[in-house]
Design a protein around this ligand. Structure first.
Ligand SMILES: Nc1ncnc2c1ncn2[C@@H]1O[C@H](COP(=O)(O)OP(=O)(O)OP(=O)(O)O)[C@@H](O)[C@H]1O
Ligand SMILES: [Mg+2]
Length: 463
């Protein structure tokens, strides 16, 4: 049958420019479908027999197949259709297939549809229903191809970065983390202070480690000071050192600045530094100079300073708790690590990374992890996975072993991603079979399609 081109200006969104192959021995069916699809902007190829259809599939970039189940007048059992379906699946696993089937053979069709990326329509068909089914299958295929392309593009970008820099084994897939990590790696060699902000356990120290590992002073000392763990009255002594007799019982001792000389000093929980310590820190940053406590000898210690805080320093400035001039000295480069819930793409890769060897997560478990809001961020995720590995005997860790608190999923912006992920997972579990996925979700197929549409799994006009 000849190939017809679509009439200009009359195409409906997701069908436009798609190439649909109809394999049906009944010429009336082929013609009817040709008219229908042509009216909606798709191009249609017709084949009267399975061999003819398979040959066309080899030659043309077919986006979707509509196939009959019986190809001879006397045939009614549908075996030819089954064989054709498997032959197409074998050679073209990604091409969606719509089975046109008599009511009497719905069972067979349902079984086939379980093999994935397929759906069925009972003859005589309803045009609107058929079009919707076709559109949705095309859309699903497009979304999957797009997701796969995006994933591989991201992977290539990560690999290229990891090839050029030492990323300290940081795990991420989100664009947000990729940007942060690549900025950290690329500014590492410059001798400017870096301020890393972000909530608890989000990975601030991981970024600090990346900066250190790629800096020009990476072979020098790397000293980490957690200002949150130091009593206030010892902080200055710890940072700048003491001279014997500076206060009762004080011995002569170098501070962390001197210890880090020629290397990197990581000041964690910076907001805990009191005003006198802040003033001293500002001076070191401005002049490179400081004195040990109880000493009048001015010393210099060239260090690369990286500071981190989970406090909102601007608010601390407004509250008079943090010096504004120090803030502006420190934040020449500010890296803001988003909470884990704001980069849900990172959750599952991190979870898999934290698993013990020879352990895996069930897809329900992964879905639950992706939906959980992670108030304790990556650290909490690591703890959950470790606990689950300890408590679960089975190699496959299921959702129950995670013991996640019952909470509402993370904020609005991520809802779409999460729903999409859930839908993808459900479809994956069901081999791409929309009907079974719908059943699992307790939805009708049409309702599932509507949800897919809502999630943007629907093509834009004139794609
Ligand atoms: N992208 C990542 N890849 C691998 N491990 C990570 C990543 N981000 C965080 N982690 C791990 O999660 C834990 C918490 O990260 P990190 O200590 O860097 O957080 P933080 O932001 O410094 O937290 P805090 O504010 O509590 O100091 C660490 O064990 C760290 O190794
Ligand atoms: Mg930290």
């Amino acid at each position: 049958m000849a190939r017809m081109s679509s009439p200009p200006g009359e195409s409906r969104a997701s069908l436009a420019h798609s190439l649909v192959l109809v394999i049906d021995d009944n010429e009336a069916v082929r013609t009817a479908l040709e008219v229908l699809f042509c009216l909606h902007g798709a191009q249609l190829l017709g084949a009267a027999s399975p061999p003819e259809g398979l040959a066309l599939l080899q030659r043309e970039a077919v986006d979707l197949v509509i196939q009959d189940m019986n190809f001879r007048r006397e045939a009614t059992a549908g075996e030819e259709g089954v064989a054709l379906f498997h032959a197409i699946r074998q050679e073209h696993p990604d091409v969606p297939i719509v089975l046109l089937t008599a009511w009497t053979h719905l069972e067979t069709a349902v079984d086939l549809v379980k093999a994935g990326a397929a759906d069925y329509i009972a003859k005589p068909w309803d045009d609107e229903r058929l079009l919707t089914t076709v559109r949705n299958l095309l859309e699903l295929r497009r979304a999957r191809l797009e997701a796969a392309t995006l994933r591989s593009r991201r992977r290539r970008a990560r690999e290229s970065l990891a090839g050029r820099f030492d990323l300290r084994g940081a795990i991420y897939e989100s664009d947000a983390m990729h940007t942060l990590v690549s900025v950290a790696a690329q500014i590492a060699h410059a001798d400017v202070p870096v301020l890393i902000t972000g909530p608890n356990g989000a990975g601030k120290e991981v970024l600090a480690d990346i900066i250190q590992a790629n800096s020009s002073v990476r072979t020098g000392p790397y000293v980490k000071v957690n200002l949150g763990a130091l009593p206030h009255d010892l902080m200055e002594a710890e940072l700048f050192g003491t001279e014997a007799g500076a206060f009762t019982g004080a011995r002569s001792r170098i501070g962390r600045f001197e210890a880090a000389s020629g290397g990197t000093l990581f000041l964690d929980e910076l907001a805990n530094l009191e005003p006198p310590g802040q003033a001293k820190l500002l001076r070191v940053l401005q002049t490179g100079e400081f004195e040990r406590l109880g000493s009048s000898i001015t010393r210099r210690a060239p260090v690369r300073l990286v500071a981190a805080t989970n406090t909102d320093l601007r608010a601390a400035i407004r509250a008079g708790a943090f010096r504004e001039d120090l803030y502006y000295r420190l934040n020449v480069i500010e890296l803001e690590v988003p909470p884990l819930a704001r980069r849900p793409e990172d959750i599952v890769p991190l979870a898999r990374h934290f698993l013990e060897p020879n352990r895996a997560l069930s897809s329900e478990a992964e879905y639950a992890l992706a939906r959980y809001p992670w108030p304790g961020n990556v650290r909490e995720l690591r703890n959950v996975i470790r606990r689950a590995c300890l408590l679960s005997e089975a190699p496959l860790i299921d959702v129950g072993a995670l013991n996640l608190p019952q909470v509402e999923p993370a904020g609005d912006t991520e809802a779409g991603f999460l729903d999409r992920l859930g839908l993808e997972k459900t479809l994956e579990r069901n081999g791409g079979n929309v009907s079974r996925a719908a059943r699992e979700l307790g939805l009708s197929r049409q309702a599932l399609y509507r949800r897919m549409e809502k999630l943007g799994l629907k093509a834009n006009d004139g794609r």
